[in-house]
Design a protein around this ligand. Structure first.
Ligand SMILES: [Mg+2]
Length: 255
């Protein structure tokens, strides 16, 4: 919880300063949880060349012509599933992706896939200190990600980067029926960390529609970390915009 140094008794403006300090303390105490998006938020945004990635995944496991065919099928299936997710609001899984592409999954193929993704998954270096600082103030830490990946892959990433123990609860949309911005996804994330009042939650994400619009729609406060690739959504007005995670704790403490 936020601690506020009391003003010196009797000093000029002490009464006003004390009033402001207590207001600030009350607001900080009212904040119960911060819930983070993953891609582009807890892991910094960068572009992934999906066609090259799928080629790199398939090439070690098939003759060249077959590898090219499977890589193209997986790329098309992934694109199709994400378009379907955006249109319907529903979630998808890696199992559905491989089935749609007509590719039989093997452990070796999955290992190549996870290996190809590794350079794109590293946690923001600002995250461990931020999450620890929020924890020290008694704030619950949640994660809500639109993802086809199973929980174990995400947890392996967080464990590798030393932050898994700082996350109190997470919801990966591959485990539920809906993606952000559906209210059910945000409600599931709140349930995962044991909070019931969205007004006492802050959501942090990089997508104006999925993250900001979704969070604001159920009554959370929303902080946007923008990037040049994610499309705008004019109806979503974040409560604040930050350029890096290290700006979040001072922002929250100023509310
Ligand atoms: Mg994101």
């Amino acid at each position: 919880m936020r601690r506020v140094r009391p003003p010196r008794a009797g000093g000029p403006g002490a009464s006003l300063a004390r009033s402001r300090a207590l207001d600030c303390y009350d607001r900080a105490v009212n904040l119960e949880a911060v819930i983070f998006d993953w891609g582009g938020t807890l892991t910094p945004w960068h572009t992934v060349d999906a066609a090259s990635l799928w080629s790199a995944v398939c090439e070690p496991h098939y003759p060249p012509a077959e590898a090219a065919r499977y890589a193209a099928a997986l790329l098309a299936a992934e694109d199709s599933l994400w378009r379907e997710c955006r249109a319907s609001g529903r979630s998808a899984t890696m199992t559905a992706l491989f089935e749609l592409a007509g590719v039989t999954v093997t452990e070796a193929l999955l290992a190549s896939y996870i290996g190809a993704w590794e350079p794109h998954t590293f946690t923001d270096p600002d995250a461990p200190e931020l999450l620890s600082r929020l924890h020290d103030r008694g704030i619950q830490i949640g994660v809500l990600s639109n993802t086809m990946w199973p929980r174990s892959w995400h947890e392996d990433v967080f464990r590798r980067d030393g932050v898994l123990h700082l996350i109190d609860g997470a919801v990966y949309s591959s485990e539920i029926d809906w993606n952000k911005p559906h209210p059910a996804a945000f409600q599931a994330a709140m349930a995962a960390i044991g909070v019931t009042d969205p007004a006492r939650c802050v959501f942090v994400g990089d997508r104006p529609y999925d993250d900001v619009f979704g969070a604001k729609s159920i009554g959370m406060r929303a902080v946007l970390i923008p990037n040049d690739d994610v499309p705008p959504y004019e109806s979503a007005a974040p409560d604040a915009v930050i350029s890096r995670l290290s700006e979040l704790a001072p922002l929250i403490e100023s509310w």
